[in-house]
Design a protein around this ligand. Structure first.
Ligand code: DON
Length: 585
């Protein structure tokens, strides 16, 4: 078993290496669709934040401040990210925390090296592929299985951040916990967004301790501005600060997590203290590819983030993409997205359990690119046949909002892109010692085979990591310098959000604030999705004329981006759809 796992990993590493070495061909296809005249130039609500030395963009101002405090003390990008993440656990509890997991990309300026870290949750040893099926072997609804213990994966964030700190930390580990401990003890003002999300969720599905923390006795959500204290979390963080990962994965905290999961009144689960003690965060090979002469690196399996972003960009790439928000550009990106999502849904899962074909093989990409017409939408795309494609069933897994992204560049030019999550808003709604537990296991496919009996790559298996869409991303300029640090929350919409931001900067030369604020759109192999408030843009009618079915919805992206200019200046953009802030010196 051990050997076969390593063989798979080695093969994957070879494939990734091949990918790294091959440039994606630029296409000579002659494009027929006229570049539609752009709508009025898009104006962002504010200017980007500028800095010359160091910068952090995080999902909450208090988290950005904690990160900047570390940078000012001479801390590294890794130190700042860890301090900010601990504050996010407290002030943005709906999105991320030590009860969940994440992925982190690190760039070391001294040796121009990119590391990828995997802190994804794992399924307990007792998990089986029928975990989310009802007594008639039919998939249960997501809403039914999210609350309680069954959806909780073994948390990975603490182990991953400990590994990152060992590799790249400068300040003492315990120092990084001080801002969060202080805020947890003295209290922080509940934000407007947190209060609203609590009101929308209502108290009923929360386990008792979470309900008492987030709601008053009558069941009313803590109002915006209410000073909320979390002494239990302060105690938990102090233990981790003192004992490191062992303080979390061994002993009382681990015991309490297992008890809360197993004794949950709703959907009791099967996690044991041994599952928690066995958790390992991984260093993985980053997945890198080329787009418009840049090199783009991101997180490979178990995330679909980088592979699907790189496929989308490679399939959409043309010598001239089309003007900002022209029908041509939106059509190309949406069609490319359809093809990439069809492959994602069939082939991508935890590569320690399944073989993933080379989705970035240049010949395969050329073949797929030829499926894109510039005069008509292809409608629904089917998965392709990449080299060595395994027999795999189509997977209809869906995800929904509850994640955060932060980007950091330190004074030495090192960078961190960290996306972390407890999956949906407030995760499983089970609280242990002041933090919420994730519902990450609902990112697995609920069915384990498709209608034709083909096994679904992303089915539940013991010890496996559910497929993610999280996409912490680093973009390098043609000369090799770091150019962008970015990522977003949003479930599988993370992928089109990051694609939009990269195209916004690379093809349309827009600044960091403008690219995050551009209207969100997606081609996830469903309809053409456009952010609700932009549904009446004239370009939407042009897309209808190309045959696109249009779907409008809220798309609250939370893109947090740093652009590093060629002269070294830093530009930060925080998404006003959430509460993020850019801060730097
Ligand atoms: O790992 C994933 O892809 C999902 N669990 C992320 C969920 C998410 O981004 C929700 N965001 N708002």
């Amino acid at each position: 078993m051990e050997a076969s796992v390593h063989n798979k990993k080695d093969r994957r590493t070879m494939k990734t290496f091949t990918t790294l070495c091959l440039s994606i061909l630029t296409f000579s296809a002659v494009l027929t669709l006229e570049s539609a005249k752009a709508d009025d130039e898009f104006s962002p609500s504010r200017a980007p934040v500028e800095a010359t030395r160091q910068m952090i963009v995080a999902g909450h101002p208090l988290a950005a401040e904690a990160g900047l405090e570390m940078l000012r003390e001479g801390g590294s990008a890794a130190d700042a990210a860890i301090a900010a993440q601990m504050v996010l656990n407290l002030v943005e509890p709906q999105s991320s925390g030590i009860g969940g997991g994440g992925f982190l990309l690190h760039y070391s300026a001294a040796n121009a090296f990119v590391n990828a870290y995997d802190g994804r949750e794992t399924a307990p040893a007792a998990a089986t592929p029928d975990r989310f099926l009802d007594e008639n072997s039919q998939p249960r609804s997501r809403a039914d299985v999210i609350p309680g213990g069954l959806s909780v994966g073994v948390p990975g964030l603490v182990a991953m951040l400990e590994l990152v700190h060992a590799d790249h930390g400068v300040l003492p580990w315990a120092r990084l916990f001080e801002p969060a401990i202080e805020l947890a003890e003295n209290g922080f003002p509940v934000s407007e967004r947190l209060s609203r999300l609590l009101s929308e969720a209502g108290p009923d599905l929360f386990a008792a301790s979470a309900r008492a923390y987030f709601f008053d006795e009558s069941g009313t959500a803590r109002p915006s501005g209410f000073i909320l204290k979390n002494p239990e979390l302060a105690d938990t963080l102090r233990r981790i600060a003192t004992k490191g990962g062992d303080g979390f994965y061994l002993g009382e905290i681990a015991r309490d997590i297992a008890v809360a999961v197993r004794s949950s009144a709703t959907n009791p689960g099967d996690m044991t203290p041994q599952d928690i003690a066995d958790y390992v965060a991984h260093r993985r090979q980053p997945v890198c590819g080329r787009y418009q002469r840049r090199t783009i690196c991101g997180m490979g399996p178990p995330s679909s983030g980088a592979l699907t972003i790189l496929q989308t960009l490679a399939l959409a790439e043309r010598p001239f993409m089309g003007r900002q928000f022209s029908a041509r550009a939106l059509h190309l990106v949406a069609e490319a997205g359809k093809l990439a999502f069809a492959d994602r849904n069939r082939f991508i899962a935890d590569s320690d359990f399944v073989d993933i074909p080379d989705l970035l093989d240049p010949d395969y990409l050329s073949e797929r690119r030829n499926l894109i017409s510039t005069s008509r939408t292809m409608g629904r795309a089917e998965a392709g046949t990449p080299p060595d494609a395994p027999r795999a069933g189509r997977d209809g897994t869906r995800t929904s909002p509850g994640t955060t992204h932060l980007s950091v560049v330190d004074a030495d030019g090192n960078a961190v892109a960290l996306t972390s999550t407890i999956e949906t808003r407030f995760g499983s709604r089970v609280m242990v010692r002041g933090f919420l537990l994730n519902n990450e296991l609902t990112d697995f496919s609920f069915a384990f085979e498709d209608d034709e009996g083909s096994p679904i790559a992303n089915r539940v298996e013991p010890g496996k990591r559910p497929r993610s869409s999280m996409a912490p991303t680093l973009v390098f300029a043609p000369e090799g310098d770091l150019e962008m640090v970015l990522g977003a929350p949003g479930g599988s919409l993370i992928i089109p959000y990051v694609v939009k931001a990269i195209i916004g900067h690379v093809d349309w030369s827009l600044d960091a604030q403008t690219i995050v604020e551009l209207p969100n759109f997606a081609g996830r192999n469903r309809a053409f999705e456009i952010e609700e408030r932009y549904a009446n843009m004239p370009v939407i009618d042009q897309l209808r004329a190309l045959g696109h079915e249009i779907r409008t919805q809220p798309m609250p992206s939370g893109l947090n981006v740093i652009i590093r200019k060629s002269d070294g200046r830093l530009e930060g953009g925080a998404d006003p759809r959430r509460e993020g802030m850019a801060a730097g010196d």
